[in-house]
Design a protein. Structure first.
Length: 371
């Protein structure tokens, strides 16, 4: 008579879109998962928690590097699913435009063609005034709603502010753990993990045994509008590098952005930036205004729900998905890092999570073969 082998236990640290995706893929791979984070999707929105401020949609950018492109490629088909009960995905057309026709215009078109099967170049008569280049394709947008329930269906979750990853295995340095979803998460977390997934985003800057100085914030300021008649995404890139973008949601809300401000930690909206986003928005896309206001309307006619500020988790050298180890009393415990996705967390989340889990599975298999 054979007995089933107990699943190996792992920690996933961080509960943003990358941490949640990694936890789900780890559960699906057969691991027992404890998700540990300071902030969760159920908490009030905070500048500490980037994922709650995202747009978000799937638009792959040509200059993000092959590592991230591969993760985006694997994530795209999974975002293009409207039946996921926890995330109301909206599928629809999206147009991108640039004001300056650079030498890389063909490379940009080739890149979009690689990712989006129905991508087509826009004709000159389809371009907004002043735009030199543009394309249209179908993609997905999702609300910034994240759910911990898929994790709790197969794992546990705990709130804790970790000084280091090592503190997970060091009782004298371990902070208090508060169970999230107490009906399914035991009051005392298991600490016998065989590995750790580090999905801490900007937290990697200050986490004791990570301290990744390559991490930096890219501040994003957007405005959430009510405009249920908007069904298509839209973006303009101006000669000065600024961008206007529109991300519709299934709910009828619309994200109007936005800014990309490296190394700016300012946590709240700036009035002058809000005004500029609105002005650029109705100039580029007058359809944001109610139909009866479009002829002579102003930014005051926009139906504003909320002004939003988030800090994208950017990293010099790009996303980090690799394995290191912790020395715990002479034993090496694998750590798989999965962070630094910048503004591409949602659109690369599943691919990145699958890559991280595959790294750990490969390492554990090698260890078993050596034994």
């Amino acid at each position: 008579m054979s007995t089933a082998t107990a699943p190996q236990h792992v920690f996933v640290v961080g509960a943003g879109v990358i941490g949640l995706s990694t936890a789900i893929r780890a559960i699906e791979a057969g691991f027992a998962v404890s998700l540990v984070a300071e902030t969760f999707p159920v908490d009030p929105k905070s500048i500490k928690y980037t994922s709650c401020w995202a747009g978000a949609n799937h638009i792959s950018l040509v200059d993000m590097g092959e590592r991230l492109h591969g993760d985006e490629m694997r994530t795209g088909p999974q975002m293009l699913v409207e039946s996921e009960p926890d995330v109301p995905v909206m599928i629809g057309p999206n147009r991108v435009h640039v004001q300056v026709l650079s030498a890389d215009a063909k490379a940009t078109s080739d890149h979009f063609t690689r990712f989006y099967s129905d991508y087509r170049l826009l004709g000159e008569n389809e371009l907004p005034p002043g735009m030199k280049h543009g394309g249209e394709f179908t993609t997905a947008s999702v609300p910034r709603l994240l759910s911990i329930h898929p994790v709790l269906r197969g794992g546990h979750a705990y709130r804790a502010t970790l000084p280091s990853l090592t503190s997970l295995f060091t009782p004298s340095a371990r902070p208090p753990f508060e169970p999230i979803g107490s009906e399914v998460s035991p009051p005392t977390a298991p600490f016998d993990a065989v590995a750790v997934f580090n999905c801490t985003g900007l937290g990697a800057l200050t986490l004791g045994d990570v301290m990744d100085s390559a991490m930096y914030p890219t501040r994003g300021e957007t405005i959430l509008l009510r405009a249920p008649w908007i069904k298509a995404g839209f973006s303009l890139t101006y000669e000065d590098g600024h961008r206007t973008y529109v991300i519709p949601r299934k709910s009828g809300d619309v994200v109007l952005g936005g800014t990309f401000q490296p190394n700016d930690w300012h946590p709240t909206s700036r009035p002058e930036t809000v005004k500029l986003i609105k002005e650029r928005g109705i100039y580029a896309h007058p359809e944001l205004l109610p139909e009866e206001k479009r002829a002579n309307g102003s930014i005051d006619d926009l139906d504003v729900i909320e002004e939003c500020v988030g800090l994208r988790t950017s990293r010099v050298g790009g996303v980090r998905v690799e394995m290191t180890s912790l020395d715990i009393a002479g034993d090496l415990t694998p750590v798989v890092h999965n962070y630094g996705h910048g503004g591409c967390g949602y659109q690369s989340s599943w691919g990145s999570a699958e890559a991280a889990v595959a790294i750990l599975l490969g390492a554990l298999q090698k260890d078993n073969q050596r034994q």
